[in-house]
Design a binder for this molecule. Sequence first.
Ligand SMILES: *Cc1c(COP(=O)(O)O)cnc(C)c1O
Length: 463
Amino acid sequence: MSRSAHPAGPRHADVLPEGHYSAPPADLNTLDPKVWAQTVTRTADGVVSVGGIDVKALAEEFGTPAYFVDEADFRARARAWRTAFGQDADVFYAGKAFLSRAIVRWLHEEGLNLDVCSGGELATALSAGMPADRIAFHGNNKSEQEIRRAVEAGVGRIVLDSFQEIVRVAHIAQSLGTRQRVQIRVTVGVEAHTHEFIATAHEDQKFGIPLAGGQAAEAVRRALKLDGLELIGIHSHIGSQIFDTSGFEVAAHRVVGLLKDIRDEHGVELPEIDLGGGLGIAYTSDDDPREPHEIAKALTEIVNRECEAARLRAPRISVEPGRAIVGPTAFTLYEVGTIKPLDGLRTYVSVDGGMSDNIRTALYDAEYSVALVSRTSDAEPMLARVVGKHCESGDIVVKDAFLPADLAPGDLIAVPATGAYCRSMASNYNHVLRPPVVAVNDGEARIIVRRETEDDLLRLDVG
Ligand SMILES: *Cc1c(COP(=O)(O)O)cnc(C)c1O
């Protein structure tokens, strides 16, 4: 994804330094609908608004930094996935992308199911009224206590991730006098990355049981023998931020191969196949994600074709999008604090948050875009790096982006597509208080996760 330096542009250099950016956009005031939530628009007075409320009013009421979620957009995306897959498939929203009780209620109302992968996520889901049978429980090291709670609650499925867990879940279910519906997570030998997939070195990871060497077949053999388990299907999740379906094609081929082997060996046709999540979103204007209906069509066709070839009844498909539902629906609003032009390099723009509210840039070298949202500007573009307030030089929010050269302290800037893996990965580094999440819809804004307070911090500090 690395693009070469572009020779035109900012005031500080004739030739731009090496970095991940394309040419400055023709107009810095235009908001690309690809990366902004649906109701985000620039109003006549130049201020950006979401859900009919402008960001200056939002900053005044809720402070900065803060995440703003476009509820209508979230619901529309959830519904689009649900509709695309229809009644013969299930859509599980991956709660780890971002989970709160309001989100659980929206998902429930829109007919989606929910993936959780810890006791905390399970508690959130149950406390907001998600029916247990619509919850799937994931993770490579669920504790006995977490498994017991999940079985007692009656979760729809537990996704088994190791040989130890097959026995653990069977034992707990049996001790509770029940049979737990389970899937076995396999690694198919495909690791998907942005724009590509690599068919080597794939089993070298902590999740799942490898198909290779007959390990997954052995796991199935053991699970089928245990009274506490009802094996309903095979699960495969190949990666994240994926833009094409070729990785899923290989995965489906191999999972169906296993279903066929299971039929031949045990005379059992497992009724379900879960292809995981990982569908990509646009973080910058250079990303071109596919629509849910295109993905649904492609995946359904692939599974049906593979099953036909193997003479298997087509299983019920499930998918687990997280990022693709919540990612594009939110942005983070920051206030600019200090501005440091470094001659021949770029201008460092410091905001009132940073790696504590968005760790993805530091963690994955993720790319983001950014815009001045409290006003328009006709100033020339300058190459900027948006950084946080933490004691770490890697505390970067947006590595390379163009902002107007007249940017000043007090301006509000917003980073779009921060709905997934930002608040859910937020930390208290430097005892910074985690920002609130505010849902905006139809002229109304309401806090769904409040801002942390110093009292919250001190409450945990009991020394
Ligand atoms: C992380 C994860 C997902 C969701 O991934 P996205 O990239 O957010 O779509 C789905 N299923 C499993 C098992 C995961 O671990």
